[in-house]
Design a protein around this ligand. Structure first.
Ligand code: BGC
Length: 540
């Protein structure tokens, strides 16, 4: 067993330590944060398409859907309260992720997690036992608040978990500072969080499929209440897990932090790692005025990416599928059962394609995936628009799709989801997380998260109304944005694959456009370039 911090290949540091139950358990609890987020994304569309749920909470939508044969097919689900049930969560998540980082800094990660877990439990229970629409919305808002808090479990915990799974573990756990993850694997390890989200979505879709079959029509209660399982794991986890050493160091409890570090690592000599953690903490606390910093000319490329990448990610239209797949399939004439089954199919493709991204991101590069995924999405959106337009025209005459037609539509939706899941899905989080230097990291990351949440909210809220008005043309609107974002990537986004985080400045300096903002020597050294490339601290 090596003693003290040492340098392994590619200048990466590793520290002595054992695979302790603490590390494993932390990773499981951390993965729950992604799972529960995914579960909440995937669950709402399924319950919304269950007739018993609609009859109870949204009787006017139910009537339009079931009884009124003359309703324009595109407008069946056009109800602002129905969409608020889905979208409210993202507004709450936005607010809480802004508050949660301050709470975490003051009270530690553990209390933050506990608080998040309790909010999750309360939200899931209120939803599961809901009697009125307001209970549904309040439940979703609580879940949204929980997301901001629970995600204070760092992404890096998942990175450690994946390192373990991939056997890169190697008798030493490269830690808290995720640039210690070998940069050659940085992309793959970072996508771990996205993977847990997609698994959460799939679990929700599978459960919806089975719960919808329950006689008596109360299966939706189990679907919504089911979120209590990961919520309890997070709550109990936060009671059992001790606070993390770096969270203690941030609050000045150095001795306690050292003792804890020894316990976590299972070895006595942790001084090297401890000193590095203290140095990293000092470094990040010495950053003044992160917000004004961000406005400086030399950070123009970063600020642009912090805003444009999450904006474009949502404008791919992916959440139309993730939130409303069953509703969409219902709209185009599938039965409830077939709609829920089709959502399971798209959800499985989402998970599988994320694995492809994990495999390829550090081999083929970010730009290749962005451009390939964009082209794939564009073709599919055009085909789906044409199929739906050909069948329902502009006035949405009600009717069912012939089987072969339905299969074509689902196939193209699956190819579209795959395109997203190996490009904008994971890269929409990975790329911002690897390009921000430390002195602007927290501010820039907050902007990325906020822009993402705001546009997730907007899409969730207006999609069904837009579908009613723009009809099949809605898919062409998203297709237009996919063209714009692909051109943007082609012209403005430099490749970041295989570049150590401390050398990231070079990609802007050598870029035809951004070089005019980032001058030679302006960019920092290794320390300045970001101690922690994790995307999870703020990520929801
Ligand atoms: C996006 C979510 C989306 C999910 C689908 C994430 O990267 O941020 O909005 O629902 O991917 O897998």
């Amino acid at each position: 067993m090596p003693v003290g911090g040492f340098v392994v290949g590619d200048g990466q540091k590793a520290y002595p330590g054992k695979l302790t139950p603490f590390v494993l358990f932390t990773c499981v609890v951390a993965a729950m944060g992604g799972l529960i987020f995914g579960y909440d994304i995937g669950i709402s569309g399924g319950v919304t398409s269950m007739p018993s749920f609609l009859r109870r909470f949204f009787p006017s939508v139910y009537r339009k859907q079931q009884e009124d044969a003359t309703t324009n097919q595109y407008c069946q689900y056009d109800s602002p309260t129905l969409t608020l049930f889905t979208s409210s969560l993202y507004l709450a998540a936005l607010v809480s992720s802004l508050v949660a980082s301050t709470v975490t800094r003051k009270f530690g990660r553990r209390l933050s997690m506990l608080f998040g877990g309790i909010l999750f439990c309360a939200g899931a229970l209120i939803n599961g036992f809901a009697k009125h629409v307001w209970m549904l919305i309040v439940g979703r808002i609580l879940l949204g608040f929980g997301i901001g808090f629970a995600n204070q479990v760092r992404q890096v915990d998942i990175i450690i978990f994946l390192l373990l799974l991939l056997s890169v573990y190697n008798d030493s756990v490269p830690l808290y500072l995720s640039e210690m993850a070998p940069y050659k694997y940085r992309g793959a390890l970072n996508i771990g969080f996205q993977l847990s989200i997609t698994i959460g979505i799939l679990v929700a879709e599978v459960l919806n499929y089975f719960f919808a079959k329950i006689k008596g029509g109360w299966g939706w209660r189990l679907s919504l209440g089911g979120a209590v399982v990961p919520a309890l794991i997070i709550t109990l986890g936060s009671l059992v897990l001790p606070d993390t050493p770096n969270s203690m160091i941030e609050r000045g409890q150095h001795e306690e932090a050292k003792t804890k570090l020894r316990r976590i690592r299972g070895v006595d000599d942790v001084s090297q790692e401890f000193d590095d953690l203290v140095a990293a903490s000092k470094e990040s606390q010495s950053i003044e005025h992160p917000w004004t910093n961000l406005l400086r000319r030399k950070y123009r490329p970063h600020l642009t990416m912090a805003i444009m990448i999450p904006f474009f990610q949502q404008l791919t239209g992916i959440n139309v599928i993730m939130f409303y797949a069953p509703v969409l399939f219902n709209t185009i004439g599938f039965t409830t059962d077939a709609s829920l089954m089709s959502a399971v199919v798209t959800g499985s493709v989402n998970v599988a394609a994320t694995l492809v991204s994990i495999y390829g991101v550090d081999k083929w590069g970010r730009r290749f995936l962005f451009l390939e995924g964009g082209t794939q999405m564009l073709i599919c959106q055009a085909v789906v628009a044409a199929c739906i337009g050909a069948k329902f025209g502009v006035d949405g005459t009600p009717g069912e799709l012939p089987k072969w037609y339905a299969i074509v539509v689902v196939t193209f939706i699956c190819i579209y989801v795959a395109g997203f899941a190996w490009s904008w899905g994971p890269l929409g989080w990975l790329v911002p997380s690897e390009i921000f230097p430390l002195e602007i990291r927290s501010a820039a990351q907050s902007i990325t998260v906020s822009v993402n949440m705001i546009f997730t909210f907007i899409i969730a809220q207006i999609f069904l109304t837009m579908l009613c008005h723009l009809k099949f043309g809605l898919f062409l609107v998203f297709a237009f944005f996919v063209v714009v974002m692909s051109i943007f990537v082609y012209i403005f986004l430099p490749e970041t694959k295989g570049i150590p985080i401390e050398e990231m400045g070079q990609v802007w300096r050598s870029h035809w456009y951004w070089s005019r903002f980032v001058e030679d020597g302006e960019y920092g050294n290794g320390l300045e370039m970001g101690k922690s490339s994790n995307q999870g601290t703020k990520r929801v």
